[in-house]
Design a protein around this ligand. Structure first.
Ligand code: PLP
Length: 454
């Protein structure tokens, strides 16, 4: 497969665009960051004319696939009427209403543009509501790149930022922040910004209970992904999130579920709807906008009221803009159609794909684990028989997987180099079949070329 145009454009881009990519993670793609020319449904085409079945899906947002006709029409119509006003408008209200109807824990919502901003607002609300400052977060989770929450974790596609810690101005970045076990995720990040962060192992009830009981007088919130999608797609142990709910409620601590990945992916009600949980606050982004920049915090009235009464500032020039809200409304409308038939379909196809992957790994004697929940899963090469903790996730052969992703690209399948796959409503049976056939070829080439687990 030729990547001549991608290579040429990448070189040129680096002359004008710092690093040649607009988000550091994108540098991890091998053999190089691919330049897209267009996308349609479940496929994306690069500037060399190569066509790929896409499971990167723009790192999650493309739940309806590329250039979905209904979503595209809604966005074009909104743009033609004026993309943004800095005034209130019908679309903003409609999206907010749909969100409160879809998300069980949301009496009210506040709109922003990215998952990072939604998390920033949720943390601010929790601190204002409780009058406390410390935040419990968990190893292996990712909550965006704001200084007050971004911590390092050993993910190969974060290596670029990790290597940035070594040479340059590492003030504050090389050691844990005072009074906190959280290490900054990048140079330039103030260690002091993480002073209020307590990092705990996830899925560990005892550690959570012990810390909450000991320090609840200082702890404003516990923030957690409901499924550890950013490190192995690890499901919560039965009862773990329920216990988190009970303890936080008992001890006056706000429970925030960060559903930036799981929201509108595990169902219209996100993971908390699926698991029957009522956190105090929830953050959604990615799939909500189907590829457009919109995110939200949803929560109970008593907390969201802090925005209404002026206690908490929620700001953003483009918040609730016409294009973003039209995208959110159209995405929810499409996903809700036929009583959520798209979720059932995506899940069925994903199960089929995962079954096929497991069969292939077994057939060629490669040790691997695939953790799946709904239309998202993590595939890894590892000698572990199950991966249910961040420690076990750390034992995977990340380099081997990155090589596998590169071989899959050669075979016409676009994967994230870490192992996290997303399936969209645009994927079809034929895509799954073609993907599994591509995998047969990639695995055959992978075996002799790299050492490590077999
Ligand atoms: C769980 C979670 N929270 C927050 C974020 C940050 O979202 P964004 O990249 O839109 O700022 C991400 C991004 O991957 C995420 O996975």
């Amino acid at each position: 497969m030729v990547h001549e145009q991608s290579a040429r454009h990448f070189q040129k881009s680096k002359q004008y665009l710092a690093s040649g990519v607009s988000s550091t993670l994108r540098l991890s793609m091998k053999p190089m960051p691919v330049f897209a020319a267009g996308g349609s449904g479940a496929t994306v085409t690069d500037m060399d004319g190569n066509r790929y079945i896409d499971y990167l899906l723009a790192y999650g947002p493309l739940i309806l696939g590329h250039a979905h006709p209904g979503l595209t029409a809604a966005v074009c119509e909104a743009a033609a009427k004026g993309a943004t006003y800095g005034l209130q408008h019908q679309g903003e209200m409609e999206l907010a209403q749909r969100l409160t109807e879809a998300l069980p824990c949301a009496d009210k919502v506040a709109l922003s543009g990215s998952g990072t901003e939604a998390v920033m607002l949720a943390l601010r609300l929790a601190r204002a509501y409780t009058g406390k400052t410390k935040i419990i977060r968990f190893e292996g989770h990712y909550h965006g790149w704001a200084d007050t929450i971004f911590t390092s974790f050993p993910s190969p596609d974060m290596q670029q930022s990790a290597s940035g810690l070594q040479g340059r101005n590492t003030a504050g970045a090389s050691s844990a922040a005072a009074g906190s076990s959280a290490k900054p995720g990048t140079s330039g990040q103030s260690a002091a910004a993480l002073a209020d962060i307590i990092v705990l192992p996830w899925n560990d009830v005892a550690a959570l209970e012990e810390t909450l009981r000991r320090h609840h007088g200082e702890i404003a919130a516990v923030i957690s992904e409901p499924v550890m999608c950013n490190s192995g797609c690890i499901a919560p142990h039965p009862g773990y999130l329920q216990r988190m709910r009970e303890l936080t409620a008992e001890l006056g601590v706000v429970m925030i579920l960060d559903e930036v990945i799981t929201g509108f992916r595990l169902g219209l009600g996100g993971a908390h709807g699926r698991f029957g949980l009522l956190p105090d606050l929830v953050t959604v982004g990615k799939a909500l906008g189907g590829g457009f920049a919109v995110s939200a915090v949803g929560g109970k009235d008593a907390i969201m009221e802090l925005i209404a009464d002026g206690t908490v500032n929620h700001l953003g020039t483009l918040n609730g803009n016409g294009v973003a809200t039209a995208a959110g409304i159209a995405t929810i409308r499409e996903l809700a159609e036929g009583e959520g038939a798209a979720f059932v379909r995506m899940e069925r196809l994903t199960e089929r794909l995962v079954r096929g992957i497991r069969e292939r790994l077994a057939a060629c004697g490669m040790q691997g684990v695939v953790n799946q929940l709904g239309p998202v899963f993590h595939m890894m090469f590892t000698a572990e028989s199950v991966v249910e903790s961040f420690a076990a996730f750390g034992n995977r052969d990340a380099e081997r997987y990155a090589r596998f992703a590169e071989l899959m690209l050669e075979e016409g399948v676009m994967l994230r180099p870490t192992g996290l796959w997303y399936v969209s409503a645009a994927h079809e049976e034929a895509d799954i079949e073609a993907t599994l056939q591509a995998m047969d070829r990639a695995l055959a080439r992978l075996a002799p070329t790299i050492g490590g687990v077999r």
